[in-house]
Design a protein around this ligand. Structure first.
Ligand SMILES: [Fe+2]
Length: 192
């Protein structure tokens, strides 16, 4: 059996914290979407669902404060979470998704997972919005892959980061399908 990790925070507390630091709107939705994908990925990989989910929910906690200073992104979150006694695994995973700006390479499974999960949310939202009914329930996984291959579509979404799913043994097709399902489940909360 997998060893239980004491995260130092419950899901409800993490949700409150996220809402305290991020204004209602796209960043809150992005955080919820990332959490949903991370939970599904954890299930698939036999990993700790709460650990992966909470890392997803809190990964951009400092974004409003650090968006113009990416080398500080996630380090501010580290300070906040350390001050609340939240476990290192959550903090390290969050930093891992900004490793490029922090000057190291991602190695751990959860780091790659968080990176591809948070990135694909942007592609899924953009794909949904070009569907005639703009409903996430109408979106097909194939459309996400198709749009990903169009360089000019949602240009700011980093395709290489999405492809990090392959580093944890998940094909792009599987990953798109899993992520879409995760976001469809919370479509109402995402306003999609
Ligand atoms: Fe993010």
């Amino acid at each position: 059996m997998q060893e239980e990790i004491n995260l130092g925070i419950t899901r409800d507390e993490a949700l409150q914290l996220m809402k305290e630091y991020l204004k209602p709107g796209n960043l809150q939705k992005h955080s919820l979407a990332t959490e949903a994908i991370m939970r599904r990925l954890a299930q698939k990989m036999g990993e700790d669902e709460d650990l992966w989910g909470i890392a997803g929910l809190l990964h951009d906690l400092d974004y409003e404060d650090t968006k113009d200073d990416m080398p500080r992104h996630t380090l501010r979150t580290e300070e906040i979470l350390k001050g609340k006694g939240i476990c290192n695994e959550v903090i390290e995973a969050i930093k891992g998704h900004n490793a490029d700006n922090l000057g190291y390479e991602r190695e751990r499974t959860i780091d790659h997972a968080l990176t591809c999960a948070e990135c694909i949310t942007g592609m899924i939202v953009a794909t949904t919005l070009v569907y005639p009914d703009k409903k996430i329930s109408s979106v097909k996984p194939k459309s996400i892959i198709k749009r990903m291959k169009q360089k000019e579509f949602a240009r700011s979404v980093n395709r290489d980061f999405i492809r990090e799913c392959e580093k944890i043994g998940i094909t792009l097709e599987e990953f798109a399908e899993l992520s879409l399902k995760a976001m469809q489940e919370i479509g109402n909360e995402l306003g999609l």
